[in-house]
Design a binder for this molecule. Structure first.
Ligand code: SF4
Ligand code: SF4
Ligand code: SF4
Ligand code: FES
Length: 763
């Protein structure tokens, strides 16, 4: 939008506004209330509800302010008898078929239509004809539908199309019988529930929560999602110590994601109050014996004495301390402090899928925020699959292309769904992502890189040309496929590519909610990786203290590693493959029971707030570690306050310098930590290493064809999502139940006969 200012007069007051600004936004920004149903910022215009009417001088009829862009000298009236009469008539039409039974509607109390009717009062209802009654039904295990409440604003269909790229729902039927429906009757989509969130009425409903609570009964707590590295802001609704729902509804929260959440953020929370949560600390007094419930005092004392014994017998470095990219910065920092100051070991790490240390050590520019992605001119994605693994990033990319005209370049070995939006899709052989980095860094290597990637050299030339021609921001994203040398060279792209009028911003795609924080807290800089620590189990590593559990890929081919340890202490939410070998298990609090911070892939450090008291005897991770330190005679002096831990982080971790919780309190203004920008480096050594690596790549690897199925990562039942019964059902292929009137959970038994259909191959 142009920065040129023009004059607009609204209700007799003059305003200077940006030329081209949308009138409805200008009115609202200046506190003139304009009712609307179909308008939704940053979605294509619908202009169907005709609620946003205003009078504009010299224009013959009332105008819909959502479709008007401001022009110089425009004189606007937003309130008058004429306007109110027209708006009231529109609401009367909206209610022609709509049942007047808000007390039994699941949206009652937070419905925009109900609010408008209540605010205005005295609405006429002249329609006396029989209303179109239609039964409630399930569209999927996550989405329920009460079709008669629809006002056809089509927010749902637009978010499905523009945010999710799925186009899974559409209006069908004619005239008064028009309803929002699915293609083919059963909703096979990514089940994000964003259509539910943006629906202004009780038409699309959260099938996992409806009729369980009323919104006014819930305590709303603004917090950060505990699944992927995007860090969506959400409002946790709890009642009586039970987490009932999670929404991004903008009446409660307004973070980087607006009203967007993916299936995990919206529906993945029921693990919090799940009956299988660990209830008490437990001790296994002898190897091969059972875990026996114990008091906290007993378990802490037992652990402290065992750790002491092992340190005395084998030295401090025989004890490994393992943090997690799933727990808070406060928890990871306390573990790091425990490892370095209490135990004195350099054997520490986190259960991360891949390390970003080479990237952060060589970072040549700023991290791209989600807003930067939305407004970028060119986006380059090397590896990764954000639509499944970082869905908010996926949405931003899609909108940057669809609504912002950005050019998207994808280098990937699979034909990921975002390919549909790409200006250029470079389909490479599996494992050849490094070759793309090499070719971009050194045009002389184009031929070599292209032959290893299995593409034409001119595809790489086109890509480089577009990058150098871009005016505006270029965002470079990458997944976990890059080698260390590849990460180093990519981290310096801002120096290699930025020309005048360009910014090159970087956006790593780690997998977990606090992957970036686990790096920042120092845990990824220990002497060994998780795999190396496991390999040394029973040899140089005799004891291990781990928060959370190892990933299946860490344990694969090393299943017996944990059983070789003399002593294993685990703090977890549930029994896992890791706790199965533990000598002591501490019940840890989930994100909903915890105060702290997560740092997302934008580098935003965002608050995690306690929504419910810890379930059973669970304790926050950092408190357990601090208690264990005290039993070993080191008082961290955090005085049971997460904010004291964060103060120490701010004093010790340079990127967090000066930060305090009060500075993070406003989720609408997230704070980016100051990752050190490394100077431009001579990359000869790394480039040569990268070239040798690329040279050694096979040219016989077959390319994989076919777009991976929607949800192939999102629906995978993990330790947490596996506790939510809808996830295994979706993972089993989301079978259509015999009746759509009853929840599929009560109709379908998941057994071996239900298998997910494999991704389509060939096109
Ligand atoms: S749940 Fe998400 S993907 Fe499915 S129809 Fe609704 S908006 Fe579309
Ligand atoms: S289902 Fe909701 S969001 Fe969709 S058109 Fe109807 S009222 Fe609007
Ligand atoms: S996109 Fe990521 S952060 Fe956002 S709701 Fe989904 S899992 Fe959570
Ligand atoms: S908000 Fe303008 S027509 Fe619906």
């Amino acid at each position: 939008m142009s920065a040129e200012l023009i004059k607009v007069t609204i209700n007799g007051q003059d305003f200077q506004v940006a030329k081209g600004a949308r009138l409805i936004d200008v009115c609202r920004e200046n506190a003139f209330s304009i009712p609307s149903f179909c308008y939704y910022a940053d979605l294509a215009l619908q202009a169907s509800c005709r609620m946003c009417l205003v009078r504009i001088e010299k224009m013959p009829k009332l105008q819909t302010s959502c479709t008007i862009t401001c022009t110089d000298g425009m004189i606007v009236t937003t309130e008058s008898d004429e306007i109110e009469k027209a708006q009231r008539a529109m609401v009367e039409f909206q209610l022609a078929n709509h049942p007047l039974d808000c007390p039994v509607c699941d949206r009652g109390g937070e419905c925009e239509l109900q609010e408008m009717a209540f605010d205005w009062g005295g609405l006429e209802e002249r329609f006396s004809e029989r209303k179109n009654a239609m039964p409630e039904k399930y569209l999927s295990p996550m989405v329920a539908n009460d079709p008669q409440r629809c006002i056809l604003c089509k927010r749902c269909t637009r978010v499905c199309d523009e945010w999710m790229g799925e186009d899974a729902i559409e209006a069908g039927g004619r005239g008064a019988n028009t309803v929002i429906g699915t293609y083919g009757g059963w909703l096979n989509c990514s089940q994000c529930g964003n259509c539910i969130e943006v629906c202004p009425t009780g038409t699309l409903l959260d099938a996992t929560y409806r009729h369980q609570a009323r919104p006014w009964e819930l305590d709303q707590t603004v917090s950060t999602c505990s699944f992927c590295s995007d860090g969506c802001q959400m409002s946790l609704g709890s009642r009586g110590g039970v987490l009932m729902r999670s929404v991004a509804r903008d009446r409660y929260v307004n973070g980087i994601n607006g009203e967007f959440l993916c299936i995990k953020g919206r529906f993945g929370h029921p693990f919090v109050n799940h009956e299988e949560r660990l209830k008490t600390p437990m001790i296994r007094y002898r190897k091969g014996g059972k875990l026996i419930p114990a008091t906290w005092d007993e378990a802490i004392k037992f652990t402290a004495s065992k750790l002491e014994e092992i340190a005395n017998a084998h030295g401090a470095s025989s004890i490994a301390v393992v943090g997690s990219p799933r727990i808070t910065n406060e928890a990871n920092y306390t573990l790091y402090k425990f490892a370095t100051e209490v135990v004195g070991t350099d054997n520490y790490t986190a259960t991360e899928a891949f390390s970003l240390v080479p990237f952060f050590d060589n970072l040549g520019g700023q991290l791209a925020t989600h807003r930067d992605i939305r407004h970028a001119k060119t986006i380059l994605l090397i590896g990764g699959e954000p639509e499944e693994l970082q869905p908010l990033t996926g949405r931003q990319v899609r909108q940057a292309v669809r609504n912002g005209g950005a050019k998207l370049f994808i280098v990937n070995s699979r034909e990921i769904r975002l390919k549909q939006q790409a200006s250029q899709f470079i389909h490479i052989r599996p494992g050849a992502e490094d070759a793309a980095v090499l070719a971009l860094a050194d045009p002389a290597q184009n031929k070599l890189a292209a032959s290893k990637m299995g593409v034409e050299a001119k595809e790489l030339e086109t890509l480089r040309q577009t990058l150098s021609d871009t005016v505006g921001d270029i965002v470079v994203m990458f997944g976990g496929e890059l080698s260390q040398a590849g990460q180093i060279i990519l981290a310096q792209f801002p120096y290699a590519f930025a020309n005048e009028g360009q910014r090159v911003l970087l956006h790593p795609l780690p997998l977990y909610n606090n992957s970036v924080g686990a790096h920042d807290m120092g845990l990824m800089r220990g002497s060994h990786t998780a795999g190396q620590i496991l390999d040394a189990a029973g040899d140089s590593v005799r004891a291990m203290y781990i928060a959370g559990s190892f990933l299946p890929e860490h344990l694969s081919n090393r299943q017996d590693a944990l059983s070789k340890l003399d002593f294993l202490v685990v703090q977890e939410l549930f029994e896992t493959e890791t706790t199965a070998h533990a000598d002591v298990v501490f019940p840890a609090a989930s994100f909903a029971e915890t105060d702290g911070t997560f740092t997302n892939n934008d580098g935003f450090v965002q608050r995690v707030r306690q929504s419910i008291p810890p379930v059973h005897q669970a304790k926050q991770d950092w408190m357990i570690t601090a208690q264990l330190a005290k039993a070993l005679d080191v008082d961290f002096n955090f005085q049971l306050s997460a904010s004291n831990v964060f103060k120490e982080i701010a004093a010790k971790v340079p990127a967090y310098e000066g930060l305090r919780y009060p500075l993070l309190k406003d989720e609408t203004k997230p704070v980016q930590v100051k990752h050190k920008v490394a100077e431009r480096r001579d990359l000869l050594k790394e480039a040569e290493g990268l070239r040798l690596g690329v040279e050694g790549m096979s040219e016989t690897n077959e390319k994989t064809y076919g777009t991976p199925e929607v949800g192939h990562e999102l629906f995978k039942p993990g330790t947490l999502t596996g506790k939510v019964p809808q996830f295994p059902l979706l993972a089993a292929g989301n079978p259509e139940p015999p009746s759509v009137a009853i929840s599929p959970l009560y109709q379908i038994t998941i057994d071996d006969s239900l298998r997910r259909v494999e991704a389509a191959t060939g096109d």
